[in-house]
Design a protein around this ligand. Sequence first.
Ligand SMILES: Nc1ncnc2c1ncn2[C@@H]1O[C@H](COP(=O)(O)OP(=O)(O)OP(=O)(O)O)[C@@H](O)[C@H]1O
Ligand SMILES: [Mg+2]
Length: 112
Amino acid sequence: MNSYLNIDHISITFPTDNGPLNVLKDVKLEVKQGEFISLIGHSGCGKSTVLNIIAGLLNATEGGVILEGKEVTEPGPDRAVVFQHHSLMPWLSVYDNVCLAVDQLFKKTKSK
Ligand SMILES: Nc1ncnc2c1ncn2[C@@H]1O[C@H](COP(=O)(O)OP(=O)(O)OP(=O)(O)O)[C@@H](O)[C@H]1O
Ligand SMILES: [Mg+2]
């Protein structure tokens, strides 16, 4: 049976002021439906980067992520992320912060 989530040999390089920074190299992982996985490692080893690629917030430089048989190319409502650092707009209300994401998702149906 195919895996539910297939992290297929991903690598990512970030451009920095000091030149390219290779953060992930050929990372592969298959997760079955219902499996509970913890990524552990020292600070800066790339855990959040892996999660951001699965979330579709970052694109791998090489390789890709297949979720339920479909390649992840962008964020979507089928994946939820609790960010390590809060990502709220302090000048907006709680309601308007939530609306930011909801309106982005349903913008195609909104303008009627
Ligand atoms: N957009 C970016 N541009 C440049 N470097 C980045 C970028 N995002 C992450 N990095 C670097 O990639 C490396 C991995 O970062 P990441 O946040 O994935 O680590 P982590 O394992 O989640 O660390 P922690 O345990 O501290 O949360 C770090 O050296 C970080 O500085
Ligand atoms: Mg992290």
